[in-house]
Design a binder for this molecule. Structure first.
Ligand SMILES: [Mg+2]
Length: 392
């Protein structure tokens, strides 16, 4: 059996251009689907997939690890950067999909079978409507509470908010009080049985991140995400040591070596590898094995498209340290025209039952995808009050 081509399909979903990767084989009707979505880097990733194709077209698609090693090592520059990592990840997911189809079982069965009965989903406030998630002003505590209540009404038992505003490297009490007011309003609205997460998008400096973490500690967050840049892991570790709130990080990290540092420095209680960036299903399984050794929870970053979600769910059913799956459900109304999934979602509690089809269990309607061609992603930029550049 041979890989005959690697095709990419771009599907514009407003905030992101989903990049679907199709690895085609010489067996009639046998191909695999992956996803390599990387917002604002769509053309770079498509180019990177083209570059990798010369290494692997003609190879046996069942030699997944051998192909992974070639993708990572054989163009001299290791695949530990986000563009190459994303391109590799999309191909790797598609290869596992092919493996499942060959053996006629869902991927999680290839990896030792189900370790749990269901997977819990969490949503973004607003469900993926980017204005609600990213543009609700941090001083609008009531709006946070309203959106929190509607997440619960939709059946979710956990949700994530961006209650920490963009802040200069040093600011006074104002942004900290705002964040506290928003989280307090959400907690009062939903009670203690619902899990609330706050994502800082690594906007704060280490000093401000620590202040936010301390201020929000009394509200019992499920986790507090990216309190400062992941470039200096010691800073995140310092914040984790200072609060009992579980700190989460990892969506911008590629490969086991980057995650090794998180574990060795005890920097986080939750890691968030993105299966479409970190090196695919092959690498995320290695990362999860390391997490297991440190008893760190795994909650993959997954705001991308439907193939990413299907891959995350397959992984979650086979990984003990996996605790919850990020889910964007209201981004575009035509999601279900483009993709057919084979897992079930119980509305009450938003619990996902296992995929019952081979591989990752999804099919993509290529005709429907063509109705949503590439468009430049909507820019999301932050400038501070004095005009200097901030982090989105
Ligand atoms: Mg995040």
């Amino acid at each position: 059996m041979k890989i005959t081509s690697i095709e990419t399909f771009v599907c514009n979903a407003r905030m992101r251009n989903w990049i679907f990767v199709k690895v085609v084989t010489d067996q009639p009707g046998l191909w695999g689907w992956g996803e390599a979505t990387l917002e604002w880097h769509t053309r770079s990733v498509i180019g990177a997939i083209e570059d990798i194709s010369e290494l692997i077209v003609g190879e046996d698609p069942t030699r997944i690890e051998y192909i992974w090693q070639m993708m990572y090592r054989q163009h001299f520059w290791h695949g530990n950067n986000v563009v190459r990592g994303t391109a590799m990840s999309g191909i790797d997911i598609a290869l596992w999909d092919i493996a499942g189809k060959i053996h006629n079982v869902p991927c999680h069965q290839l990896w030792g079978g189900r370790v749990r009965d269901y997977i819990r989903l969490y949503c973004h406030l607003g469900g993926g409507k980017m204005e609600d998630f990213y543009q609700t002003q941090a001083d609008d505590a009531n709006r946070f509470a309203e959106l929190a209540l509607s997440a619960v009404e939709e059946g979710f038992t956990a949700f994530k908010s961006m209650a920490v505003p963009g802040t200069m490297p040093l600011e006074g009490l104002r942004p900290v009080k705002y964040a506290e007011a928003c989280v307090k309003a959400m907690r009062e609205a939903v009670g203690d049985d619902i899990d609330i997460m706050v994502d800082c998008h690594a906007r704060p400096s280490p000093a401000m991140g620590l202040q936010f973490a301390k201020a929000l500690e009394p509200y019992g967050l499920y986790f507090f995400e990216e309190p400062c840049w992941p470039e200096v892991m010691d800073d995140i570790a310092q914040i984790q040591r200072s609060v009992k709130t579980p700190i989460a990080t990892g969506e911008r990290l590629v490969g086991i070596h980057a995650f090794r540092e998180v574990f060795e420095k005890r920097a986080a209680s939750v890691i968030q590898p993105d299966i479409t960036h970190c090196g695919g299903l092959s690498e995320v399984r290695r990362i999860a094995a390391m997490a297991e050794a440190y008893r760190v929870s795994v909650a993959p970053h997954n705001p991308q498209g439907p193939v990413s979600t299907a891959a995350s769910i397959e992984f979650g059913f086979s990984s003990t340290s996996y605790v919850i799956c990020e889910n964007v459900h209201n981004d575009v109304p035509w999601r279900s025209d483009v993709v057919t999934e084979s897992y079930s979602v119980e509305k009450k509690g938003r619990k996902v039952g296992p995929n019952v089809k081979p591989g990752i269990g999804i099919e993509i309607n290529e005709k429907e995808v063509k109705k949503h061609p590439f468009q430049q992603e909507v820019l999301q930029r932050i400038f501070y009050e004095d005009g200097s550049v901030g982090d989105w």
